[in-house]
Design a binder for this molecule. Structure first.
Ligand SMILES: [Fe+2]
Length: 189
């Protein structure tokens, strides 16, 4: 892959993610596995978007790193951190909105803050979300259903994740269906 498709290339993204997340062993293992998953799904997006998909996969959870903490909502904090570093708006927005973050933002009262970043609805955003939703803690492969259950279990019944479940779960399942269909079409070529 070349590094000309986005302002912040895959190697830059991997390096930044490693620096920020390596101390968080479980999150780092998850991130590295999501990046591998994104590479596997690259055929489901336009050729021009394949590099930004993998870069976004490396960066999607950097908002968990202490150095990026701001609002306490990791998609927003990661995107704000990247924006301050001059990373492309598209990449920032993919991080901000990955995995249906808008549904959790609403439950946390952070809708207007997240709206600092435009929402992209595309095969690219779907592939990023599907990659994240099929990798669990420590980088273990999960089904989307297992991952949704794991998130609920980890955050608890009173969490914003639980409050957002009724709107976020159907969205994640619809993403999974679209990505699986694109992957099947791509594999038949
Ligand atoms: Fe993640």
């Amino acid at each position: 892959m070349t590094e000309t498709a986005c302002a912040f290339g895959v190697k830059d993204a991997e390096e930044l993610a490693r620096t920020l997340l390596h101390p968080l062993t479980e999150r780092w293992q998850h991130t590295a596995a999501v990046a591998v998953r994104a590479e596997q799904l690259a055929g489901t997006v336009d050729a021009a978007d394949r590099e930004i998909l993998v870069a976004a996969a490396w960066l999607h959870d950097i908002g968990y790193a202490t150095a990026t903490h701001d609002s306490g909502f990791h998609p927003l904090d990661g995107a704000r951190y990247l924006r301050k570093r001059g990373v492309s708006e598209r990449l920032c927005s993919l991080v901000a909105h990955h995995s249906g973050a808008r549904f959790v933002a609403e439950a946390r009262g952070l809708t207007s803050e997240l709206a600092e970043f435009p929402l992209e609805v595309s095969a690219l955003s779907d592939a990023l979300t599907y990659a994240d939703q099929t990798v669990g803690p420590h980088g273990r492969p999960y089904s989307v259903e297992q991952r949704m259950a794991e998130v609920l279990d980890r955050h608890g019944p009173e969490s914003p994740q639980a409050k957002a479940y009724s709107t976020r779960a159907p969205y994640l399942l619809s993403v999974a269906e679209r990505v699986r269909r694109r992957f099947a079409q791509y594999s038949q070529r």
